[in-house]
Design a protein around this ligand. Structure first.
Ligand code: GDG
Length: 514
């Protein structure tokens, strides 16, 4: 395939992410059992891997992963058409990078989860974790990528994923200069400039300037991209946007902030929905529901998902609208997440207590108003999504929220979506959902009541619209759009490199406007 300007259009695509697409288990004699991850990104890439070379760089996590990386002499090895390279951070470094910086600090900051008089406390331990863990592992990732692509003669497009790898662009640029196109994608929200004040200046500047070593940065929504541009302008003296909402000029480089709303793997969801295991769970859920209507939520056990307020709203619904008693069940399918962290365990305890209170207050012996099921069971989640009358998606804030899209696709009951205005999905699905503020219990109760009493015709209309909105884009298209744009950048660079430079370029240092 030839590109517009004659450069080879068959790029080497590099994905860097904390979690890799495969899990390895050592079974002896240099043999490993391979388990494929369930994430949408794996599917999107597998589709591309048929046409392009794909290198995926990720962290070895389990002992099996470490053994696999060692057995391959820390070199990339092909698994299912994807060339995989696992970096092997020391356990203590990984703990600092993941359990001190990435999740308690960056995830909390970007989801605004602080109890601000008490947290965060940026201590000497935090600083050490930053230097020894976060910086070190980001450098390790960049080195692994640089080693693998240094001599490539084809376009190299690197896509670092998410907040674990904010420093990869900086280290990669340091190692390879403009030889590669760097285009991170951030799955989580980018909050307004003020939120970033919580991070010490040095950390904040390192993150922002590293991201600005990219060619383009992908966000879930235009709002996230806009806030990123504003954050750079606010905190970096030399960053200017020259009236653009979606790009920043910094140290001679123009970096675009672009939204690529993530979607789901439509074919896979439809296949999974019909599989015998899913149908079996569907039967189980339907039987335990009996005649009751179903209000469903499916989430990781994660404070940003706002599970507690969802239950409080449900309790208030049963208090305020007694006509629903005995006729509805709220089923919360909760996937364990970060259970080693105290805040997460406390959050689950509060959820269980609230659900227990609801049942104690309203159950009549036969009817169980609230049911919490904790576990990792994707087929069961899909089965329940087929059956809901109401799907509650009320996160405090969320990059996108895939459950909202999956539910809209597979539901068979003309179910109503109650959707937080702070989920990325709101921008695509908001018009056909009942939109709530995640903090507003009163409006959530009203939305639940409205959803449960909505005329069949309106339910059907909304459900059909939601489904066709979701069908408009697929995870493969989401990734292909990013690759196409990155390739365009590569070709622009290449043609610029072969054109003599014009003398009238305005450098950011000469300009006084931002
Ligand atoms: C981050 C961002 C963004 C459900 N039950 C099980 C299970 N699931 C699936 C869901 C869905 C996925 O897990 C969760 O995705 P979400 O988008 O809802 O949320 P996060 O995990 O927080 O994802 C988010 C996303 O990245 C993509 O960019 O949308 O905003 O926070 O597909 O159906 N998966 C497994 N077992 C279950 O029991 N394995």
């Amino acid at each position: 395939m030839e590109a517009r300007d004659g450069h080879s259009d068959n790029p080497l695509i590099v994905i860097a992410s904390n979690r890799g697409p495969f899990r390895f288990r050592f079974v002896g004699e240099k043999q490993f059992q391979v388990k494929r991850g369930a994430g949408g990104l794996v599917t999107a890439l597998s589709a591309l891997a048929a046409r392009h070379d794909v290198l995926w760089v990720a962290c070895a996590m389990s002992p099996g992963d470490h053994a696999w990386a060692l057995a391959n002499n820390d070199r990339a090895q092909s698994v299912d058409d994807i060339s995989l390279r696992l970096v092997r951070p020391q356990a203590e470094r990984y703990d600092q990078y993941y359990n001190v910086i990435s999740n308690p600090l960056l995830w909390f900051l970007q989801h605004q989860l602080w109890d601000i008089p008490r947290a965060p406390m940026v201590t000497e331990e935090t600083w050490r974790a930053w230097r020894e863990g976060y910086v070190t592992i980001n450098r390790q990732f960049a080195q692994a990528i640089a080693d693998a692509v240094r001599d490539s003669e084809r376009p190299v497009l690197v896509f670092p994923q998410d907040y674990h790898l904010y420093l990869v662009p900086h280290f990669l640029r340091e190692a390879l200069g403009d030889q590669v196109i760097i285009q991170p994608f951030l799955h989580i929200p980018w909050p307004s400039p003020d939120a970033w004040r919580v991070l010490p200046e040095k950390m904040r500047t390192s993150l922002l300037t590293s991201l600005l070593a990219s060619d383009r940065i992908g966000f879930q929504t235009r709002k996230d991209a806009f806030y990123f541009v504003q954050t750079c302008r606010f905190y970096l003296a030399d960053a200017h946007s020259y009236g653009h909402r979606d790009r920043i000029t910094y140290q001679g480089r123009e970096v675009e902030a672009h939204s690529y709303p993530i979607s789901i793997d439509i074919d896979r969801m439809e296949t999974l929905a019909q599989e015998p295991e899913t149908r079996q769970f569907r039967g189980q859920v339907a039987r335990s529901l009996g005649e009751s209507k179903l209000i469903l939520r499916v989430d990781r056990i994660e404070p940003s998902k706002n599970i507690l307020r969802g239950l409080v709203a449900y309790r208030t619904l049963l208090e305020s609208y007694p006509e629903h008693r005995g006729k509805v069940q709220m089923l919360s399918l909760l996937v364990p997440s970060r259970m080693e962290v105290g805040e997460y365990r406390d959050y689950l305890r509060d959820i269980m207590a609230e659900s227990g209170m609801i049942n104690a207050q309203f159950s009549d012996g036969d009817w169980e108003p609230s049911r919490i099921v904790v576990g990792d069971n994707y087929p069961r989640a899909i089965a329940a999504m087929q059956l809901y009358d109401v799907l509650l998606v009320n996160p405090i804030t969320d990059g996108m929220n895939l459950v909202a899209k999956e539910g809209a696709l597979v539901n068979e009951q003309d179910g109503v979506l109650i959707l937080s205005e702070s989920a990325g999905a709101f921008y695509e699905l908001g018009d056909q959902a009942l939109v709530i503020s995640p903090f507003d219990i009163y409006s959530t109760v009203e939305a639940m009541h409205l959803a449960l009493t909505m005329p069949a015709e309106e339910r059907q209309q909304r459900a059909e619209q939601l489904q066709s909105l979701v069908r408009e884009s697929d995870i493969r298209q989401w990734f292909k759009n990013q690759v196409d744009d990155a390739l365009l950048s590569f070709n622009n660079h290449a043609s610029r490199a072969s054109t003599p430079e014009t003398p009238d370029t305005v450098t950011s240092a000469e300009s006084s406007t931002g």
